[in-house]
Design a protein around this ligand. Structure first.
Ligand SMILES: [Zn+2]
Length: 286
């Protein structure tokens, strides 16, 4: 066989493999859909009311995430903040499911599965940021998209996707199947994910000293398979010595939890209103 023909065949094979992978992923997204239908068909539950949140503390176990200059580890920090938030939400009468309650490793796919099995109304993944320079600081909130909104957002997603085993999902805009899958992801819960991200970013930015870096989009694996509005919050830069110091303080962690609780309460009210659910008089305590 001629060299060029062999190369063409290899190229076609690589493309077919990749297309099959994307098609399988698309099927997985489509097949995961009946979870919501099954839940809606159950007359014993109140299917439309906002009542369950899945909180995902990033990393865990051998996956430590980012580490600050004085040694604060992302996996410990975000677990503590997540627990504080869970306590607050439970006190307010919201159902909370944690992807991890302790220091254990959980793959990104397992996190997604926990959320989808629960048929929850919102998925919030909590992380702390890192940069090569010590200078960057502040808060960012993300929702999923195939295209990163900027280079720094792409780097953040690549770092947070490391537990998936590859730098980023093998999806390219040039691939028509990937574009279809992108549309699927985009239309499903994009609007509500974006809405929650804005609420979270607004509440977190009000914290003293916290600078808002805005709402961004990037291909986070943990958000892409989730069949509900989903957002990932970077609660500050661990690599910034001042911010790391702040993130060590219990008061600051509690303030972050409260800001996220406020964002979830505001989102829940809008969520219920859109679905014609009457307010149950639930109110966050303060
Ligand atoms: Zn992280």
């Amino acid at each position: 066989m001629g060299e060029s023909r062999r190369r063409a065949r290899e190229g076609a094979w690589a493309l077919a493999t990749k297309s099959a992978l994307v098609a399988a992923l698309a099927m997985w997204v489509l097949m995961a859909e009946p979870v919501e239908w099954a839940r809606a068909a159950d007359p014993s539950s109140s299917p439309d009311r906002f009542d369950v949140v899945v909180l995902d503390a990033g990393h865990g176990g051998h996956d430590e995430g980012a580490t600050g200059p004085s040694g604060l580890r992302e996996k410990d920090l975000v677990l503590d903040v997540t627990r504080r938030l869970a306590e607050r939400l439970e006190r307010a009468g919201v159902g909370v499911i944690l992807t991890r309650k302790n220091d254990r490793f959980l793959s990104l796919e397992e996190r997604t599965a926990v959320a989808n099995d629960a048929g929850a109304d919102l998925f919030v993944s909590i992380h702390a940021n890192a940069a090569r320079s010590r200078r960057p600081s502040g808060i960012e909130t993300y929702f999923a998209s195939l295209e990163a909104s900027d280079d720094q957002a792409r780097e953040t997603a690549e770092r947070e996707n490391l537990a998936f085993g590859s730098a980023s999902p093998a999806l390219e805009q040039a691939d028509p199947l990937a574009a279809i899958l992108g549309d699927l992801i985009a239309t499903q819960h994009l609007q509500e994910s974006s809405e929650f991200a804005k609420l979270a970013q607004r509440e977190l930015a009000e914290l003293s000293k916290a600078s808002s870096r805005g709402v961004k989009q990037a291909p986070f694996v943990v958000l892409m398979g989730v069949q509900m509005p989903a957002s990932l919050v970077e609660i500050g830069f661990l690599t910034n010595p001042e911010e790391e110091k702040g993130l060590r303080r219990k008061r600051h962690r509690e303030a972050i939890a409260r800001a996220l609780e406020d964002a979830i309460a505001a989102f829940a009210a809008r969520y219920d209103e859109r679905r014609g659910v009457r307010q149950s008089g639930r109110s966050p305590d303060r």
